[in-house]
Design a protein around this ligand. Structure first.
Ligand code: ADP
Ligand code: ZN
Length: 733
């Protein structure tokens, strides 16, 4: 039985359907021939179109019954479960998102309604080829290497490094066998009984606690905190094993696609096969397979990005949010949600366990654990002999460098010593591109974006200027766009590309590799490169925050942070928190294996409380101080906030609307909340739209969502003006 009271709708019964179309209500239809289940995915007529939808409940009958049309067909996928419907409703209420947009999130796979399609796969057949060529034997060797596994034509040709005609030739002789198989086939079985690693006493204790928590089969959240390399992954994989033993499903969220390759290998080592993947790098066919199999129980574990939370799990028993503090869990486009919070919501509705893993938890999670809302598990030691790196400051105030140099002599000597010892050094700078500013030496003009209030960043590798806000690019000009002087444009300040240049000049004999997401054509190319570097394929790694996220570089023993002060300035409430986390993580890259690492922070503010907390390693001290400041200011997590962003091509109209909103005395004030602004948003113009921001701050117990939606609903927006509400804003763009 469902809460709707019906567990089946007979043909002709009146049902209410939620569609993905932007309508503010459910539509009545008649159940099709053969009837349908509540939650059934259907196709319905809307005007002259066919649109997808879900049977949400009994029809309301408030529409001319003679005009009610019939559902066209029921799609051949598992109906949406009641708990998923509830999740979408609650998430919509929390984020103030219309239901159709939530349903779109929950159906992000192409061709869900298509009949099962087949594709050809290839395995080893019988006998030997009539003529043995090198290419042919590579194909056979590949099939043997992967013992019995089937390949698609492309996979096989690529793995064997031959053209497809070679494979086709072998198929014609029966040496390679061609078979038809459904595209949407179940994922290989993951076996929790395979022998795990021997855990340390501390890891084992944490694993025991998590296993027991999973076995209870009720909702709960555990914050698993431990320094990088302490074995958090090993420990939560044991929770995954337990959930598999229970016959339930697990979801592991990772913040960064580039991390999945390494993680999939670990799952395979632990459970004997690869899980389903769900992120932007997965093909459409594979997405559809994952979506369907998750719903049918043909996928036991999903590894994915935040949107995997909206997959139709049949029996989700565990959600792991790895690197839970990572800001990429906050979706900043479209539906504004924080995957960490939505994971907790989803788990509470399906009696699942949540594990939030991090070396540097968000202040929100830290506070929830302190308050006893979350359980807390700590791994204090690094695995094996690895110890936390020694962290030192390089006080840049006394260092004289020429204008195109950023590596201090102290750091330079340290790097040289490491390379001489056959180890690796990382130079970290959280800035993509070559130079953040292009300045005209004749007139002082700085080249900005035509559409945004942002400077164009030089990307020398691509030979273009790029706006990091809107993506606008143009060739690097030879004349100043303002005074037309020729040859007077100068790059000012460093980006990773320029740092790479400096490093090449400073360390002429070193093998230097620059890792920045925009220097690689594809996620795969980046992954491959990272693997080569981890194997010792470079002496110096130059990187942006990409490298701060969990990659394992066993030879890395020195991290030099070029500008530790970046991120300390700025109006962002979380600037201190972010800098702290980033520095700790980057520092955590050094000495993960047997070698003790050193991290050197170049800073002009060695006395800054954040820098001091990083240097002294007094993590709890940092959190307590930061928590105290937020509590004092009534800021999250001790108060609640919502951001309202108004945008329009017409500057006057955004400010007018902002002022009208701010002046209106009503629901916000009744809820005990305050409105700040309007103010130009930190990025005051994006893609030609002027942006104005209001912030609402409310006490923790205030009905923030209700007040905000009542408040903004009172206004009619002029054409072209967009209003979006961001509950719990992460950054205040
Ligand atoms: P974290 O997730 O906390 O960064 P990992 O689980 O990735 O830590 O562990 C760091 C490294 O140490 C990995 O290479 C992992 O395989 C290894 N490791 C951790 N615990 C053990 C163990 N008990 N036995 C063998 N290797 C381990
Ligand atoms: Zn721009």
């Amino acid at each position: 039985m469902t809460s709707h009271g019906a567990d089946f709708y007979d043909a002709g019964a009146l049902v209410a359907v939620l569609t993905t179309q932007p309508l503010d209500r459910l539509l009545d239809y008649r159940a099709p021939e053969g009837g349908c289940h509540p939650g059934a995915f259907v196709e319905v007529p809307l005007g002259s179109r066919k649109v997808p939808g879900v049977v949400w409940g009994p029809g309301r009958g408030d529409f001319d019954l003679s005009k009610v049309r019939a559902v066209i067909r029921v799609l051949d996928v598992a109906p949406m479960r009641e708990e998923m419907q509830e999740f979408l409703r609650r998430a919509a209420d929390y984020t103030l998102t219309p239901m159709p947009a939530m349903l779109r999130l929950a159906t992000r796979a192409p061709g869900l309604g298509d009949p099962p399609s087949m594709r050809k796969i290839y395995r080893r057949g019988e006998g030997q080829p009539d003529r043995a060529t090198k290419a042919r034997s590579r194909v056979l060797q590949t099939l043997e290497d992967y013992g019995g596994l089937a390949f698609t034509m492309r996979e096989l040709a690529e793995a064997a490094d031959v053209s497809t005609s070679v494979v086709k030739g072998l198929v014609a002789q029966g040496v390679v066998r061609e078979e038809d198989t459904p595209r949407d086939r179940p994922y290989p079985h993951l076996d929790p009984a395979r022998v795990p690693r021997v855990l340390t006493a501390e890891q084992e204790e944490a694993a025991q606690t998590l296993r027991a928590a999973v076995r209870t089969g009720v909702y709960g959240t555990t914050l698993l905190r431990g320094v990088t390399g302490s074995g958090k992954t090993e420990v939560y994989l044991e929770a995954v094993a337990e959930v598999l033993r229970q016959g339930r499903q697990a979801l592991v969220l990772l913040p960064e696609i580039a991390l999945t390759a390494e993680f999939l290998t670990r799952i395979e080592a632990r459970f004997g096969a690869r899980p389903a993947e769900w992120h932007s790098g997965v093909t459409m066919t594979e997405r559809r397979r994952a979506w369907k199999m998750v719903g049918q129980g043909g996928a036991q574990v999903v590894v994915g990005a935040r949107s995997a939370l909206f997959l139709p799990f049949r029996d989700l028993g565990l959600i792991v949010v790895d690197e839970e503090h990572d800001s990429s869990y906050k979706q900043e486009d479209g539906v504004l949600y924080n995957a960490r919070d939505m994971a907790v919501l989803r788990a509470s509705l399906c009696s699942a366990r949540v594990v939030l893993a991090s070396a540097t938890p968000s202040l929100e999670s830290w506070a929830n654990a302190e308050a006893g809302k979350y359980d807390k598990l700590e791994l204090a030691a690094r695995f094996g002999d690895a110890v936390l790196p020694e962290i030192r400051a390089v006080d840049m105030r006394g260092v004289k460098l020429t204008a195109d140099r950023w590596i201090s002599p102290t750091l330079q000597r340290a790097v040289e010593a490491r390379i001489a010892a056959g180890e690796q050094a990382l130079l970290f700078l959280n800035r993509r591109g070559y130079a953040p500013v292009t300045l005209c030496r004749a007139c002082g003009h700085q080249i900005g974006c035509d559409h945004c209030d942002a400077r164009m960043v030089e990307h020398r590798f691509q030979a273009r200027l790029v706006c990091h806000q809107c993506g606008e690019t143009r060739p690097i000009p030879t004349h100043c766009p303002s005074c037309e002087a020729e040859g007077r444009l100068a790059a000012v300040g460093p980006g990773v590309e320029r740092l790479g240049e400096e490093a090449a000049a400073t360390f002429p004999d070193a093998r230097i590799e620059t890792l920045s997401s925009d220097l690689f054509g594809s996620a795969r190319a980046l992954k491959d490169r990272i693997r080569q570097i981890a194997d010792g394929g470079a002496d110096i790694i130059i990187g942006t925050q990409l490298v701060a996220k969990g990659h394992n570089f066993p030879f890395l023993t020195l991290v030099g942070v070029i500008d530790a002060d970046l991120g300390l300035q700025g109006s962002d409430l979380r600037a201190a928190e972010r800098t702290f986390q980033l520095m700790r993580q980057v520092a955590g890259r050094a000495g993960r294996a047997e070698r003790r690492g050193v991290a050197m922070l170049q800073t002009f503010q060695p006395e800054h409380p954040v820098i001091r907390a990083i240097l002294s390693g007094d993590e709890d001290g940092f959190w307590r101080a930061e928590a105290e400041e937020r509590r004092h200011a009534g800021m999250p997590p001790y108060g609640r906030m919502a951001g309202i962003i108004l945008s329009s091509p017409d500057m006057q109209s955004v400010f007018d609307m902002g002022n009208r909103l701010a002046r209106q005395d009503g629901p916000i004030q009744r809820a005990g909340a305050q409105v700040f602004g309007p103010a130009p948003a930190p990025i005051a113009r994006i893609r030609g739209r002027h942006r104005v921001r209001l912030l609402v701050r409310a006490p923790r117990s205030a009905p923030l969502q209700a007040a905000v939606s009542e408040w903004v609903a009172q206004f009619n927006l002029p054409p072209q003006l967009r209003l979006s509400v961001d509950i719990d804003p992460q950054s205040f763009f």
